[in-house]
Design a protein around this ligand. Structure first.
Ligand SMILES: [Zn+2]
Length: 465
């Protein structure tokens, strides 16, 4: 029996994972700053950490999963001016766009999804504690800073030394004891939203919310903290600094997913609309996009191209076709194969899982060709079990049997229902005028299309074979 091993960014080692409380895992994942439509690079961490969550659940754990929403930030305020909307309207609009994208890709909703602006009280309490413990100072300009030199462990996550760190030129530098100190709280600027504090009105710096909200929902110490690797410094270093200065133990294990790249670079907004998730979902099913995004190991860069996406979709359709064929002889069970378990337990080795799925698919198709249905079904069960953990089970009702195009699928279903009812009434009419040739032709044509007609007491029902 293998046990779960995970890579820890803090120790730069793969080590056995043991939750603080047996059978219970707490995860905090840094979520989106809701300042624009999510593109495919934004959504990868949601998919990667969803695979981790599903595997932890399948391994017998109860998972409390927190993913925050940063709904106040310079970029949101900037966008609000640009779009001539209140800042909260901008934040709400893009928060919904992110939710839609996560759901279309079958990412399970977080247990709690706290917004920064809903936790100002917790942030003020944390800042008061940091002042009381002598780690935070208010130089009188309305800002509050954290004194990083007082924290010996500062920068150990990113493996840097404070004295090597060149701080960015900063207008507030003259107020700081050390130019590397960072703002916990920023004083109010004219026309910007602000909240009252003992140090004057203002708004939170970006890092503060995660320390406050992780503490609120997961307590003093929790199992896993995650995010994109671009968050290691400064965001996660600063979260650790705030939390340790407050006396919290904070996260035991740090996990970071790599970027989606285009032409070797981190995906950027300048690439335009074609990479926005909602645009991609007009051409591809959610299950296909999910399969592609989840196909690389979470610590490997994923070089995005439409060519690679198309190739990945072709491969996925082969798997779907196989499962569809064998599902005709009955529902396919989901089995956790021992080789699959070993791969997942090895720091979520998805590429090895994909190799296993290919192997099972070949063997399953061979069995089908030789009419060995029981063997084919066994391979089908292994494949379906693996796809379920990857969040790509074609029979998952979350995809509404149509890969996340929920609304479109409902519309198609309504239209089909109308068409089939129309054909059936034509058949009935032909029968009633004793034109059995026409009635039979309609029946045969419907059957050829793979539609099953069933006459019941409640009337005629149809289903897709
Ligand atoms: Zn964070």
């Amino acid at each position: 029996m293998s046990t779960l091993h995970l890579y820890n960014t803090a120790t730069r080692e793969v080590a056995p994972f043991t939750p603080i409380e047996k059978g219970q895992v707490g995860i905090y994942l840094c979520g989106a700053t809701v300042q624009g439509e999510p593109h495919i690079g934004h959504i990868r961490s949601g998919v990667n950490f969803d695979i981790l969550r599903r595997w932890l659940i399948a391994s017998g754990n109860k998972v409390t999963f927190i993913r925050n929403v940063t709904d106040i930030d310079d970029k949101i305020l900037h966008k609000a001016v640009h779009e001539n909307e209140p800042w909260w309207a901008v934040a709400m609009k893009y928060e919904r766009a992110f939710t839609d994208a996560y759901r279309a890709l079958n990412v399970i909703d977080p247990t709690y999804e706290p917004r920064a602006t809903g936790h100002i009280t917790q942030m003020i309490e944390l800042m008061e504690l940091l002042v009381e413990r002598g780690f935070a100072y208010a130089p009188g300009n309305g800002d509050l800073y954290l004194e990083v030199r007082k924290l010996p462990s500062y920068l150990t996550l990113s493996n840097q030394k404070l004295d090597d760190l060149l701080p960015a030129a900063d207008a507030d530098e003259k107020f700081k004891k050390d130019p590397r100190d960072f703002a916990l709280w920023k004083s109010a600027k004219p026309n910007d939203p602000s909240w009252p504090t003992p140090w004057g009105p203002g708004r939170p710096g970006w890092h503060l919310e995660c320390s406050a909200m992780a503490h609120q929902y997961l307590g003093d110490e929790f199992d896993i903290h995650g995010g994109g690797m671009d968050l290691i410094f400064p965001h996660h270093e600063n979260e650790i600094a705030q939390s340790e200065a407050a006396g919290y133990k904070f996260a035991r294990l740090w996990m970071h997913n790599a970027w989606v790249t285009t032409a070797g670079e981190k995906m950027s907004k300048s690439l335009g609309n074609s990479l926005i998730v909602s645009e991609i979902l007009k051409k591809y099913r959610g299950i296909e996009v999910r399969w592609y995004l989840g196909s690389a190991h979470y610590r490997s860069m994923l070089e995005f191209s439409f060519g690679a996406l198309d190739e990945s979709v072709t491969n996925f359709k082969r798997i779907e076709n196989f499962l569809e064929r064998i599902s005709k002889s009955g529902e396919i069970e989901k089995a956790i194969d021992s080789e699959f378990k070993v791969a997942m337990d090895s720091d979520l080795a998805v590429p090895e899982v994909l190799a296993l799925i290919s192997k099972w698919l070949r063997a399953g198709n061979t069995a089908l060709a030789e009419d060995q249905m029981d063997i084919a079904r066994d391979y089908g069960s292994k494949i379906r079990g693996a796809l379920d953990i990857l969040g790509c089970d074609p029979f998952d009702p979350a995809f509404n049997n149509n890969g996340g195009k929920v609304e479109q699928s409902a519309g198609i279903e309504r239209a089909l229902d109308g068409l089939i009812s129309f054909l059936l009434s034509e058949r009935d009419e032909a029968r009633s005028r004793k034109d059995f040739q026409s009635a039979d032709r309609i029946r045969d044509r419907i059957a050829e299309l793979g539609i099953l007609i069933e006459d019941t007491n409640q009337g005629t029902r149809w289903s897709v074979k």
